[in-house]
Design a protein around this ligand. Structure first.
Ligand code: GDP
Length: 138
C-alpha cells in the first residue's frame, strides 16, 4: 500500500482548517496512519525544503514554514500520492481545479494550506524526516 506525507502548513493551522483538511481526506477514503503537531525551527524547515534552496522564494518559504505550528500526517492507500495531490490542487491556487483544498482556501502561491509528497522516493524520505517507526500505526 502506498504512503505519502501530508503537512497542514502554518496558514492552514492558524485559520482553523485542520478539521476541514482531515474531513476531505476521510471523505475520500484516504487513511491517516500517523499524525502529530509540531513547530519547525528554521533549520528543520530549510532541511525539509533543501531541494528548493536555489529558488528565489527559499528564504520566504522556510520563514513561513517555521512561522507557526504545522500538522504532519502519513496517509496510506492505493495511489495515495497522486490521489492526495489531486485533492490538494495545483501549487498556484489560481490554477487549481474547483473543489480542491488550495482552490478553496489558499490565499497566496506560498501560503497554500497543504503540502503533499510528489513521488514515491520523496514520500519515503519526507516520512522519515518526521516520523520514526513507533509513531506509525499502519
Ligand atoms: P508543491 O509540491 O505543489 O507544494 O510545489 P513545489 O514543490 O513546487 O513548491 C513547494 C512550495 O513552495 C509550494 O507549495 C509553495 O508553498 C512554495 N512556492 C512554490 N512556488 C513559489 C513561488 O513562485 N513563490 C513563492 N513565494 N512560493 C512558492
Amino acid at each position: 500500500m502506498e504512503k505519502t506525507l501530508s503537512i497542514i502548513k502554518p496558514d492552514g493551522v492558524k485559520r482553523g482548517l485542520i478539521g476541514e483538511v482531515i474531513r476531505r481526506l476521510e471523505n475520500n477514503k484516504i487513511k491517516v496512519i500517523a499524525i502529530k503537531m509540531l513547530h519547525m525551527d528554521i533549520n528543520q524547515a530549510q532541511g525539509f525544503y533543501a531541494v528548493h534552496q536555489e529558488r528565489p522564494f527559499f528564504k520566504s518559504l522556510t520563514d513561513f514554514m517555521s512561522s507557526g505550528p504545522v500538522v504532519v500526517m502519513i496517509l496510506e492507500g492505493d495511489n495515495v500520492i497522486s490521489k492526495y495531490r489531486e485533492l490538494m490542487g495545483a501549487t498556484n491556487y489560481k490554477e487549481a481545479a474547483e473543489g480542491t483544498i488550495r482552490k478553496d482556501f489558499a490565499t497566496d502561491i506560498e501560503k497554500n494550506v497543504v503540502h503533499g509528497s510528489d513521488g514515491p522516493e520523496t514520500a519515503s524520505s519526507e516520512i522519515s524526516y518526521f516520523f520514526n517507526t513507533f509513531e506509525i500505526a499502519g
